[in-house]
Every structure is written in C-alpha cells, then in structure tokens.
Unconditional design. Structure first.
Lengths: 111, 496
C-alpha cells in the first residue's frame, strides 16, 4: 500500500520534470513545477505513516503516526505556494509585454 | 547568542523597512546604512565567535536530534566574512546609486542577507532548505527588480531552474529523513554510514544535482548568464560575488559531511562538473559581445575552478577552493561594478562600443586592468595563487586532467579579457564630444563605487603576496581542515 504511494509520487515527479523540459507554454511550465512539488510533498507525508497509527493529537491511545513530516509538509507548501505565485506574477508581466505565453516567441535572451 | 543575532538582525531590518516606509513615506539613506552596519557587524561577530571558539546554539534549548542547531565553525566564519564584505560593498553601491528611495529593494536586500547568514550557520538539513528558499525568492525578485522585459525573463528563468533545484534538494532531504529519521547534519553524518548503498546513491544524486543547479555549474548554467547580466549593477555584483558563494558553501558542507566517508563517487562527479564548467564557461564567454554577459559566463568558469578544488576531497583542495572563492568575490564584484558604471556612461554594453575609455576614465580602466589580470591569473596576483593551489591539490588527488583543463581555460580567458582591455584603450571617436559637460558632477557621484573597486583591486595584489606568508597559509589550511574533519563537527554538535 505504502509502496504504491511512493511509486505514484515518483511518477508524478517525473511527469512534472518532463512537462517543464518539453512544453513551450509558460503556464504548463508552472503546472510542471506545481506537480513536482506535490510529488515531493506526497513522499514526505506518506513517510510518516505507520500502519494502524492514530492521529497524533494530545490525548491519544495506541501508536500515533509520525507528526514531524506533517510539519515539514506545511512549511514546504507555504514555500511552494510563494514560488508559484511569483512565477505567475512574472508570467502576467511578461504577457503584458509580449501578448503571448509561448516560450518560442518570448526568448529574447538566447545565446 | 551571536549566531542567532546574525540571522535575526537582517530579518528584523527587512520587516521594519516597510513600516518605516508607511510611517514616514520617505526612507533616509542614513537609516538604511545604520541597519546595514548593524547586520554586517552581527555577522562579523558571529564569524569571530566561530573562528576562535566554534559555537553551537540550540534553538529553544531542544537537543540536536529534535530541534534546530546553529553551528559556527571555521568554514562558516570564513564564508560569513566573505558575505559581509561582499554584501557591504553591494549595499554601499546601491545606496550611492538609488539613495534611500526604493524601499522594496532594501527590504529584499536585508531578507537576502538574513537568509544567507542562515544558510551559513544552520546545522539542520530541512532548515537549510527553508533558508535556501527565502534566499532564492529574494534573489529572483532582485534580478527582476528593474521590471524591464529582460529582467523579468531572466527572473522567470532563474525562478524555474532554481525551483527545480530546490525540489531536488527537498526530495533528497525527504529520502534522507525516510532512511534515517533525523535531519541534524551531524547526526546524519553518523547515520548515513549504515544505510543501504542504493539509498545512499539516491540521496546523493538528488542533493548534489539540486545544489549543482543552484550553483550554476556548466550543464545546468542557463539561468546564470541571463540573471547576472540583466540585473542592475549592484545586484549583478551581489549575485556573482556573494550569492553563488553561498551555494558553494552549501554544496561543500553537505558533500563533505555526508559523503566524504561514504560515497566517493560524489567527488568524482563534482570534479567532472567543475572541469566541464571551466571549459564551457570560458568558451561561451569567448563568444559574447555584451560585456556583462561575458563576465557572467566567466563566473561559470570560475565556479568550475572552485568545484575542482572541492572535488579533490582533501583538506588542501578545500582550502584552495575557499581561497579561490574569496578571490573570485573580490575580482568579479570589482569587474561587475566597473563594467556596469562604464557601460552606463557610454550607454551601451557592447564591447565594441566601449572605446576611448582610457582617455576619459583612466583610473577605472586601470582598476579593470588590475582585476582582469588577477582573474586571468598573472603570477603575483591572488588569482594565480589560488589557481596554483587548486592545480597542486587536484594533481595530488591522483588525476592530472583537471589541472590541464585549468591551464587551457587560463589561455582562453586571457584572450577575452585582453579583447575588452584593447577596446577600452583604443581611441574611440566619441570620447571627447559628449563628456566635458558631465565631467564636473559625475566623479563625485560615483566615488564610493570607485573606492570599493580600487580597494578590491588593491586587495587582489595584497592577497597574492600574502599567500606566501606562513600565517596566512596556516589560516586557510585550518579552514580546509575544518571542512573535511567530519568527526570534529559531529563532536561539536553532539557535545561528545
């Protein structure tokens, strides 16, 4: 069960990386970044899972799942959201200048 | 406590600047310089503490295996000294150019300063990632600060590649946590020795790939020339002189602590990347016509030298790499500030348009000549000494190919720096017509920039001569020793 989630995460990570490398549309690049980020977060969250564990909220009985990865995930979500917001802001600004989000027609800085 | 202050003071300044702006509507240059001086002296105090008595400060009093530890030893103090000098110089240039006007610029600058100190002092892998992201977001915004289309494009490119790098670092951190259950770097150094070989390979591949993208080494360097050439002068100097060095520190720290005893292939990979960067960076620089892009590609090549030094996996190699890091900061900041000022003066960044400058600005051209002699590696200068130490230690590590690559790269770099200098010296047609009216007020306006460039050029000479003194060599070899002595680091953090 847990192996399935790891495999899914790695596949999503690779899809994200592939999207960034192959697609020429800037919005798809940002989608690729978001996919990669979600994949890493999925790995971190599922690494804290213990079969049969209960939520780690103060009065609990039995074995709780590891809460530390959840804290990491929250931090990483905030960081990822700010990265993606910034990327979208840049794209909006670039779109105002070029009237397109096609990477082939934007690149002025080649070479 | 000094270690915490080095992170807290710049962050506090960054958050206070918007409030000052709201309350007063104008921000005085004096206030910014007081904040800058306070932040830089806090960083220097932390460097002093780390140098003379390596210190650990546990955040909130939690033990290293649960909480976050800040660690200051000789390697971090050397880099703290470097970032303090570099960011102080960049702040002075920015104050001279903009005054107290653009409050957003200064808020980002202090955010960057605080997160750089955080990266240099943290002893926790996840905390390193968090500071790295604060640092990167501030850097993306500073690159795009002028909001011209080049700057926006360069910022977006930097953001996409930087985020891919950050996600690889995060993936490596996640794998590390899954394999060992701790995130403290000192405890990881012990724990990583006993995990399966395949896991270790995955962890090292993710971490080294992510950090290499952030460093801007050759196969993944696309963001670097755009970002460094599209930003404003002070920011370009800061990017090339200081930001790259912080990434070098992270790579050095993570590789030496985690993989020195466990996975030697990492260092072979770093050496190969370094050699490729030297050749690729110099060859790409040879083809550039834009002076700032040329300097940016030259940075790619210089990072290659530093990576070859790190890849030796020995104390001598680490010491040579740190020495070259210092020298490159002095040389490249000086070159970027000079190139930026001269090309603003002429209104063009094309090298063939920058003619007749020897007549109108002899001191700037002289400083540029000294700095480029240093970066090419003329014998009495610091660039020669550090390249020489890197060649010696890489030959001592068993293979002579990196040394040959460095020698070949030196020849190429001499070719393109001489091309710039010959353009500067050649008599240009417009050298006497446009300048006289602007001469009376311009020298005063840029005197701080020139003082910085001049003192950096002087330091290049002084450091080259100082490299012969035993005391100086003792200092740098102790930095190298600290970098590779994993047991001392573990002992320092765990208190054993």
């Amino acid at each position: 069960m847990i192996l399935l989630s790891y495999a899914t995460a790695i596949i999503i990570f690779c899809i994200g990386l592939y999207t960034i490398m192959v697609r020429r549309n800037l919005f798809k690049t940002v989608l690729g970044l978001a996919l990669m980020e979600s994949a890493v977060l999925l790995i971190i969250v599922s690494s804290g899972y213990i079969p049969g564990g209960v939520p780690p909220i103060a009065p609990f009985s039995g074995q709780a799942v590891n809460p530390l990865p959840h804290a990491f995930t929250l931090t990483a979500i905030v960081i990822g959201a700010s990265d993606i917001a910034l990327a979208l802001a840049f794209i909006v600004k670039l779109h105002r200048h070029y009237r397109t989000v096609d990477l082939d027609r934007i690149r002025g800085l080649r070479g | 406590m000094t270690l915490v202050l080095a992170i807290m003071l710049p962050l506090l300044s960054a958050f206070l600047i918007p409030f000052f702006h709201l309350a007063r509507k104008t921000l005085s240059a004096g206030l910014i310089s007081i904040m800058g001086l306070a932040s830089i002296s806090a960083a220097l105090a932390a460097a002093y503490t780390g140098w003379y008595s390596p210190a650990v400060s546990l955040m909130g009093g939690w033990a290293p295996d649960i909480g976050i530890a800040l660690v200051g030893d000789r390697l971090s103090s050397a880099f703290l000294l470097l970032t303090s000098i570099g960011s102080g110089a960049a702040l002075a240039c920015a104050l001279e150019k903009f005054g107290g006007g653009p409050w957003r610029f200064y808020a980002l600058f202090f955010l960057l300063l605080g997160s750089m100190n955080g990266i240099l002092l943290t002893g926790d892998l996840f905390n390193l990632f968090v500071f790295y992201e604060i640092f990167s977001v501030a850097a993306y915004l500073l690159v795009a600060f002028s909001m011209s289309w080049q700057a926006l494009e360069a910022g977006l490119k930097y953001l996409v590649l930087g985020t891919i790098g950050a996600l690889f670092i995060l993936l490596g951190t996640a794998f590390t946590f899954m394999a060992t259950g701790v995130l403290n770097m000192a405890l990881l150094a012990e724990a990583l020795a006993s995990i399966p070989r395949e896991t270790l390979t995955a962890i090292s591949a993710c971490l080294v790939l992510g950090l290499t993208i952030k460093t801007g080494a050759f196969p993944v360097h696309f963001w670097l020339p755009d970002a460094h050439s599209s930003a404003q002068t002070a920011v370009s100097a800061l990017l090339s002189g200081v930001l790259i060095k912080v990434s070098i520190y992270a790579l050095m720290r993570v590789c030496y602590i985690f993989f020195l005893g466990t996975n030697g292939t990492v260092f072979l990979a770093i050496t190969v990347t370094g050699s490729l960067s030297v050749l690729g960076g110099h060859l790409m620089a040879l083809r550039q016509d834009d002076i700032k892009r040329l300097l940016a590609y030259s940075t790619v090549a210089q990072i290659g030298y530093i990576l070859i030094g790190i890849g030796c996996a020995s104390a001598a190699g680490a010491a040579a790499a740190v020495f070259h890091t210092f020298n490159h900061m002095l040389m490249k900041m000086g070159l970027f500030i000079t190139a930026g000022n001269l090309s603003e003066e002429k209104g063009t960044r094309e090298i063939c348009g920058l003619t007749g400058l020897w007549k109108s600005h002899p001191v700037w051209v002289a400083a540029f000549a000294v700095l480029s002699a240093a970066i090419v590696g003329m014998p009495p200068m610091n660039g020669f000494m550090s390249k020489w130490f890197i060649i010696l230690s890489s030959a001592g590590a068993g293979t002579v190919i990196p040394a040959l690559v460095i020698a070949a790269g030196t020849v190429i770099s001499a070719a393109y720096y001489l091309r710039i200098l010959s353009a500067f010296i050649s008599p240009g047609e417009g050298s006497s017509s446009g300048l006289p009216p602007s001469v009376p007020r311009k020298p005063r306006r840029r005197s701080i920039s020139f003082a910085i460039v001049g003192s950096f050029a002087l330091l290049c000479l002084v450091l080259g001569v100082m490299a012969f003194s035993p005391f100086f060599r003792e200092c740098f070899s102790s930095i190298g020793q600290t970098a590779v002595d994993v047991e001392a680091y573990v002992g320092l953090v765990t208190g054993r």
